[in-house]
Each structure stands twice: as structure tokens, then as C-alpha cells.
Design a protein around this ligand. Structure first.
Ligand code: ADP
Ligand code: ADP
Length: 592
């Protein structure tokens, strides 16, 4: 058993506290140098003198310390360590020479670090963070394994690895057009622009693109580059279901001749995309252990069950369960919000939404391609976008979580909720007792919102939205930036909150597992003109009909996994795929 003491550098502000970590540390009070000031002015916590009491963890006003025991991790397997009290990575994924390998695990457990190590942009220090990088030690460490040959080629500059970065927002600041950017790494732009249907936008400036278009441009550039190994970090962010599948198809084609390693949290997509996966377990920001490679179907089943048999590691208390049959259609008697036909005319887009009703206690998914008007519809109901025709229902109070989040104030979540305590529409008790624990926000309550990662900010924003008293909750892409575990926890929590309060929620999202777990019904949006200038929204429909409407547009069918009952995308043209299309059953088994 190894004890690990982690100092989260970004959160530690040694000039703004009383050094509570040191002042209250029992070994320090006994005269031992368990916590001392390091050369950067921040504390260094000795892992040998630490007794694991956890007092510093609780006393730190910025939640900057983690102390934990790691029965699972073998110190001899450390491949990289960021500093004495820094994050540690145990083992590495095996980069395939051909085919697609997935990497699946919680945020902050080292997936991006693993990609950097494999690409050679970071030389593995094997735990010795103080010495200069040394390839000979790396070769020695990996002797007799396939990573040995990999790193020899990396060290000699013989292996060309290309990375699709996780965050694509920054690309919008690159000058030039989409076509120039995609060809920029020495590749040929045209075929991949065609394959991703970006050709029509090839002459646009990057600064004019939406999030989804930036993602496609980043993927296109990576794929246009001639390399031996392709490292693709979160290709689905900002993409709708149609584009997720298109990207999957393009990556699979690449995998026929090249090696591809993909980090992805959309489980339906990863399942369809990859041949095998490494699971990662550990503690976010503290350590991450890479499992052996597992064939794809068992990898996701293992992930959902939460128990890695080979290594005897349990990483989830309760398995995630799916049900094979759609939820029973509710008696529509308990209507909470009824809305009439609504229309919105923008200069170059016309949206029509047919009248519908939301029932008490129901979470309704809002699905469909990007730019079909989902956000506009939500904004009309929220009263922030006046409809051109039809009026939004009166007397409905709405709590809205927008798609794009930006923290502007340095306040922490605790300060934010304290400031809202006097607001009669903010339910402090619900926030503290249900939402903070349910979304695992305890650890980041005292961190400035501006310092939170994308996934942390998302969870904070959803908690603040759900803490408002409202009849209708509107959550626009709550799964964005979340890892697969957080998505499933979020799905359950939204559903439970809505049921308990007998209110209603509309959730815009593209992750099928998230929708399956969270929703009772679906509203389906689609283009109503070939040039994309008109959109239309219908529903809500029962899950089965909603899924059939959505999936028939994109021509994808799902089957059920026998063991976990989770939905799995059928291979195009497989016997099952053809048979289900003929029956027009895209998602659920036909009712008996
Ligand atoms: P993931 O991709 O799984 O979210 P990362 O590989 O980005 O995880 O990061 C894992 C942990 O390593 C982070 O929580 C962060 O604390 C730490 N880390 C990442 N990069 C650095 C760095 N350059 N210096 C110090 N710590 C880092
Ligand atoms: P979705 O949420 O399905 O991606 P949106 O509702 O965001 O779709 O957008 C639908 C269409 O309406 C897009 O073509 C968008 O450019 C257009 N649109 C949205 N808001 C405005 C606005 N304020 N002014 C002009 N056009 C808009």
C-alpha cells in the first residue's frame, strides 16, 4: 500500500492562507518535517512522514490537498510523475500499429498525459521528476514489451505521431481559412473535407465557425496529416449524432491501414468505433492506472459493471443498469406545461415547432442535428427569445442552463450559493443536501469558478440551475465535457430531481446512453429544407417513437447487449441492421 500526497498547484495560494495544512499537521506539531515550504513557496508534503490523518485536507481553505492510499498501484509501474506531490501515471496504453484502441476513464486520470507520452512530446520520467529526460532509462524500463520498440522509434524521430487535441475552441484564433488550416500540416485537404462534408465551408475563416465545425476542422487536419500513429482526444465534443457517426466512419476507415488511439466518453460511439480499449482507474488529479487492453464489448461491460477481474479492482460501487424496453407511456393526464405551435423567423433560418405538452415528473430529451433550432426552441420557452408566431405558455417559471458556459467571476461555488441564499427562488437546502453530493461537488466548493475545468464548471452550472425553484428546467447539453461516469450520475440525478418535485425538464443532448438513462420522452428536431434554412420540431413522443424518428433520419440501428442490456450500434449492412430497418425498429425490440 502506497500513500500518496497530492498538492493541486493551481488551487494552492500560500500567500492567501494561514498555512493551515502545516499548522494543524500532527507530525509537524510533534516536531517532524512532514509539511515544509518548498522552493516555489508552496508546501511540500512528505509521503513517508504523513500519517494519513486527513486533517490538512479538511483545513485547507482552497481544497488543494489530497491524501490517499493506493492498494492497486505498484510504484515500479510509474511511467510519469509531475513533481513530488504531483499526479502519477501507472503503465501506458499500447499504441496499435493498425486498428483502433480506445481509452476510457474518468477525467483527470491521465488520458491526455498518456497521449503526450506516447507521441513523444513528453518524455516518460518513470517517477524521477527531478532528473533530465533520459531515453536510455525509458528503453530499459520497457525492455521486452512492445512499448520498447515504440519508444525507440519515437526517440529516433522515426515514428510520426499526430494528436487531435481535446480543446478545439482555441483553433478559432488561428488566422486563415478552414482549407488552409486542414492542409497546414502538410496534408491534402480535399478528400477529408469532402468526407466530413466540410468542403462547402472550406473558404470560411476559422474565427467564424461554430464549436461543432471547429471540431470537424481539427479532426480533418489530423486525418489529412500523413503519420504512423493517430492520437485522437475526444472527437465527439460539440458534434451532433449525425456528425459523431460520420467521424466514426472516417476513423474506422483510417484504422484499416493505420494505428489510432481514441479518448472518448460517448460510450455508444466508442463501442462502435474501437476494436479494444484500455480502462483507466485511479483518483482524478492524483493517480491513474491503465488496464490491460480489453476487447471492446467486454471493455464497456466491465466499465459499466465496475469490476476489473484480472486486476481485482472495483471502481464503481453500483453497476450501471439499462432496461431493454421503453418506459411505459405515461397517462398524459398530468400535463404541466402545454405549448402551442411556435415559429421563429431569423433572416436566414425559419423554425416551426408543433404544439406539445410536457407531463409532470418527466424528463424530455430534445434531439436532432445541430442548427435545426433546438436551442432557439428552448430559448422561446424560457422567454428569452420572443416567437414570431405563437406565444410561450404563461405562468411557467423556467430555470435555464445554457449550452456555452463561461465563468466570469472569481467567486467559488460556495460563495455563489451563499449570495443566492436570500433569493426566494434559490433552494439552498436542495443545493447543499442533494445537488452538491449528487454531482460530487464537495471537492470543488471552494475553488474559484474561473479555475474550474470544463467538466467541473458544467456540473456546477447544472447544480445551480436545478437549485432554482421552477416548473420547467431547460438544460442545454449538460453532458458536454463530462466523463462517462459523470454523465451517468448526471442522468440519474436530473431524472430523480424532476420526479421528486413533479416538475418537467427539457434536456438537449447528443449522447445516446445519457438520453436513454435520463429521459422518459423525446422531442425530435430535423431540417425541413435541403439547404438547412428551415427546421422543425415535433413531439414529445414516447421513447420508442422518438428514437425511431431520430434514427431513421440518420439510418442507424441499435441492438441490445445480452449481458448489460445496453444499446449497441449495429454494423451498417449487417443482417440485424437490415432486418431492423425493414421492420422500422431502430432502437427497441418490437413490443411483444
Ligand atoms: P485527463 O486527460 O484524463 O483528464 P490529464 O492527463 O489531462 O487527465 O491530467 C491528469 C492530471 O495530471 C491532472 O489532474 C493534472 O492535475 C495533472 N497534470 C496534467 N498536466 C500537468 C502538468 N503539465 N504539470 C503538472 N500536473 C499536470
Ligand atoms: P441547434 O440548437 O439545433 O443547434 P439553434 O437554435 O442554435 O440550433 O440555431 C438554429 C439556426 O438559427 C441556426 O442556423 C442559427 O444560425 C440560427 N440562429 C439562432 N439564433 C439566431 C439569431 N439570434 N439571429 C439569427 N439567426 C439565429
Amino acid at each position: 500500500m502506497a500513500r500518496i500526497a497530492i498538492l493541486l498547484n493551481d488551487r494552492c495560494h500560500p500567500k492567501e492562507c494561514q498555512w493551515e495544512c502545516q499548522a494543524y499537521c500532527p507530525p509537524v506539531r510533534m516536531g517532524q518535517e512532514c509539511i515544509v515550504e518548498g522552493p516555489t513557496g508552496k508546501p511540500i508534503i512528505s509521503e513517508t512522514l504523513c500519517i494519513g490523518c486527513g486533517i490538512c485536507v479538511h483545513k485547507c481553505p482552497f481544497d488543494a490537498i489530497k491524501i490517499l492510499n493506493t492498494p492497486e498501484a505498484n510504484p515500479a509501474e510509474i511511467v510519469h510523475r509531475y513533481g513530488y506531490n504531483g499526479f502519477r501515471m501507472y503503465r501506458l496504453p499500447l499504441p496499435p500499429s493498425r486498428g483502433i484502441t480506445g481509452l476510457l476513464g474518468p477525467n483527470g486520470t491521465g488520458k491526455s498525459t498518456a497521449l503526450r507520452l506516447l507521441s513523444g512530446s513528453l518524455v516518460p520520467n518513470l517517477g524521477d521528476y527531478a532528473s533530465a529526460p533520459d531515453w536510455n532509462r525509458v528503453f530499459e524500463h520497457f525492455r521486452g514489451t512492445s512499448l520498447h520498440a515504440h519508444f525507440e522509434r519515437v526517440a529516433k524521430g522515426e515514428l510520426r505521431a499526430v494528436v487531435k487535441p481535446q480543446y478545439v475552441d482555441a483553433i478559432s484564433e488561428v488566422p486563415g481559412t478552414v482549407r488552409e488550416y486542414v492542409a497546414g500540416a502538410g496534408g491534402t485537404a480535399e478528400p477529408i473535407l469532402e468526407a466530413l462534408r466540410l468542403a462547402a465551408r472550406g473558404d470560411r475563416r476559422l474565427s467564424e465557425l461554430s464549436g461543432g465545425e471547429l471540431q470537424l476542422a481539427a479532426i480533418a487536419r489530423t486525418l489529412a496529416t500523413d503519420a504512423d500513429l493517430y492520437l485522437v482526444d475526444e472527437p465527439s465534443s460539440y458534434l451532433d449524432i449525425v456528425h459523431r457517426l460520420e467521424v466514426a466512419r472516417v476513423l474506422r476507415r483510417l484504422g484499416e491501414t493505420k494505428g489510432v488511439l481514441v479518448v472518448e466518453h460517448d460510450l455508444a460511439l466508442l463501442d462502435y468505433l474501437a476494436d479494444q480499449a484500455h480502462l483507466i482507474y485511479g483518483e482524478p488529479a492524483a493517480f491513474g492506472v491503465i488496464s490491460h487492453p480489453i476487447p471492446m464489448r467486454s471493455a464497456i461491460n466491465t466499465f459499466l459493471t465496475g469490476y476489473l477481474k484480472d486486476e481485482n479492482v472495483r471502481f464503481r460501487a453500483e453497476p450501471v443498469r439499462f432496461v431493454a424496453h421503453p418506459p411505459k407511456a405515461s397517462a398524459r393526464a398530468d400535463v404541466l406545461v402545454a405549448f402551442p405551435d411556435l415559429e421563429k423567423e431569423f433572416p436566414s433560418f425559419h423554425l416551426r415547432v408543433s404544439a406539445g405538452a410536457l407531463a409532470k415528473g418527466q424528463t424530455v430529451g430534445v434531439v436532432g442535428p445541430n442548427a435545426t433550432g433546438k436551442t432557439t426552441f428552448v430559448r422561446m420557452l424560457a422567454g428569452v427569445e420572443p416567437p414570431t408566431r405563437g406565444s410561450p405558455p404563461a405562468g411557467v417559471t423556467v430555470s435555464y442552463k445554457p449550452q456555452y458556459l463561461k465563468a466570469t467571476q472569481p467567486a467559488s461555488l460556495r460563495e455563489r450559493s451563499a449570495a443566492l441564499a436570500s433569493d426566494p427562488t434559490f433552494d439552498t437546502a436542495r443545493f447543499e443536501r442533494e445537488l452538491v453530493p449528487g454531482l460530487h461537488l464537495d471537492e470543488i466548493l471552494d475553488v474559484a469558478l474561473t479555475d474550474l475545468s470544463g467538466g467541473e464548471l458544467q456540473r456546477a452550472a447544472v447544480a445551480l440551475a436545478l437549485a432554482r425553484t421552477a416548473t420547467l428546467y431547460l438544460l442545454d447539453e449538460p453532458s458536454a465535457y463530462l466523463d462517462a461516469d459523470e454523465r451517468m450520475a448526471m442522468a440519474r440525478l436530473v431524472r430523480r430531481q424532476v420526479e421528486r418535485q413533479s416538475v418537467s425538464a427539457l434536456v438537449v443532448d447528443h449522447d445516446v446512453y445519457f438520453l436513454d438513462l435520463a429521459c422518459d420522452e423525446l422531442m425530435v428536431f430535423r431540417f425541413d429544407a435541403p439547404d438547412g434554412s428551415r427546421g422543425r420540431g415535433d413531439g414529445p413522443f414516447a421513447m420508442r417513437e422518438g428514437m425511431n424518428r431520430l434514427l431513421s433520419e440518420v439510418q442507424i440501428t441499435f441492438r441490445r447487449d445480452a449481458e448489460t442490456l445496453r444499446p449497441r450500434i449495429n454494423r451498417e449492412g449487417s443482417a440485424l441492421d437490415r432486418e431492423q430497418r425493414a421492420r422500422q425498429e431502430y432502437y427497441y425490440e418490437a413490443p411483444a
